[in-house]
Design a protein around this ligand. Structure first.
Ligand code: PMP
Length: 430
């Protein structure tokens, strides 16, 4: 058995100063029981906790670290940038360079704004949609998560799903009232909502490949319906690609479906582990943002030079070829995990798109949040703890996504498949 005593002590100390001992809820391991691991360092595909236990890491900071931990080039570029100062609050050429790079990869972002988190990106995109259309209602999908701004904390995924909360105390009723929710992948539900409310809807925001209830790809018909209905009713379509951007595919989920949203939000990989979010899209819409237009957006640290450097250094190392390799590795891992479950007679559904992957203790099919909720979360909790014992660090919730990096090689994948087999053996012995 691994010794976690230093993490346990660190958590008790942290709990004196921070609610629940953490700065973001799912980190606390509350739903899987036990205390969170405190991390000392990471390199490549591996992290090490403060008890000197090593793990193959598939959380990767919840997505950003597509090049793994402490990539040599990213570290060198950041060290270099730091010597020139950490922030100026004035424009730098780095911002234009990153914007150019992003546009080359995801061309639907004709213009964009840099922010410091995914939450800020989606919040600002929603304000833009409401400001431009002069409508208040927005549509989101049950089990999709778009950060923690008021209008979007309704029937959300991620921590809200993990802790079974529909909305948060503190979200004004008036705002929650303007957020209409529909089941994910429910084509008829979307059509009837637009029939009734079409002219009141400012925008639809959607994770084209949902990652905050485990991985659930949107169907082509579903996403096309969103494109058609928003166009017909004069509302905007926002693809929230904070997670799927540079993850589901090099050019994002929008390239897989050949659907062009009006606005896109990005985050995670776009900052390479530093705080960056982006919202952008049609130039005629973006030109409404201050100071070009009147819809307000600002940020002291927006476009921060270190954050821009983290993003640039990361994006400059990505390529189609790298995604082909990482996607093949992810598929091989999925096949191995599914085989392990089958060999142990455990019902399991595995989903992956590009470098995003998840497994559900559920015979499937898993196409929406109701399906995910039917998964065996008690089994998940037991299994997660066994994976830790085996040196595998995965997302501590059935309602989250795991990730692959460029540093996970055949060696790590083989070790992980063996660890899944061992974890099944261990749970079955309990
Ligand atoms: N949108 C999506 C699709 C996300 O996955 C997340 C974070 N997991 C967010 C928005 C919010 O991003 P952040 O945590 O950086 O605020």
């Amino acid at each position: 058995m691994r010794d976690f005593s230093n993490s346990k002590r660190a958590f008790a100390e942290a709990d004196k100063y921070m609610p629940g001992g953490v700065n973001s809820p799912v980190r606390a391991f509350k739903n899987v029981g036990g205390d969170p691991l405190f991390i000392a360092k990471g390199k490549g595909a591996y992290i090490e906790d403060i008890d000197h236990n090593k793990y193959i890491d598939y959380v990767l900071s919840w997505g950003p670290l597509i090049l793994g931990h402490a990539d040599d080039k990213v570290v060198a570029d950041l060290q270099d940038a730091t010597t020139r100062g950490t922030s100026y609050g004035a424009p730098t050429e780095l911002e234009t360079e990153l914007a150019e790079k992003i546009q080359a990869i995801v061309p639907s972002l004709e213009e964009m704004r840099m922010v410091s988190s995914g939450t800020e990106a989606t919040m600002s995109a929603i304000r833009l949609a409401r400001g431009v259309t002069k409508r208040d209602k927005i549509v989101k999908f049950i089990g999709n998560y778009h950060g923690h701004s008021d209008s979007l904390l309704v029937d959300a995924g991620s921590g809200m799903a993990t802790f079974d909360i529909n909305t948060s105390p503190g979200v004004p009723n008036a705002l929650a009232y303007d957020t209409l929710t529909v089941a994910y992948n429910d084509v008829e539900g979307v059509k009837s909502l637009f029939k009734e409310h079409g002219k009141e809807i400012a925008c639809v925001i959607v994770e084209p490949i949902a990652g905050n209830m485990g991985v659930i790809p949107g169907t082509q018909e579903f996403l096309q319906t969103l494109r058609d209905e928003t166009t017909k009713s004069g509302s905007l379509l926002i693809f929230d690609e904070v997670m799927s951007g540079f993850r589901a595919a090099y050019h994002g989920a929008q390239s897989l479906y050949h659907i062009k949203p009006d606005l896109t939000t990005l985050g995670k990989v776009v900052g390479g582990g530093l705080p960056v979010g982006v919202f952008g899209g049609r130039r005629d819409l973006m030109e409404n943002i201050t100071p070009a237009g009147k819809i307000y957006h600002a940020g002291t640290l927006s476009g921060n030079p270190l954050a821009m450097t983290g993003g640039l250094s990361t994006l400059n190392q990505l390529s189609e070829d790298l995604y082909t390799k990482m996607t093949a590795n992810t598929k091989r891992l999925m096949a191995g995990i599914k085989q392990a479950a089958d060999d142990h007679g455990v019902p399991m559904t595995v989903h992956s798109v590009g470098t995003m992957w998840s497994y559900f203790f559920n015979a499937g099919p898993v196409n929406n949040f109701d399906d995910v909720k039917a998964s065996d979360t008690a089994y998940f909790a037991k299994f997660f703890k066994q994976l830790l014992q085996q040196g595998i660090y995965t997302a501590p919730s059935q309602f989250e996504t795991n990730f692959m990096s460029s540093k996970h090689t055949d060696v790590e994948i083989d070790k992980t498949i063996q660890a899944f087999n061992n974890a099944f053996d261990a749970v079955q012995k309990q």
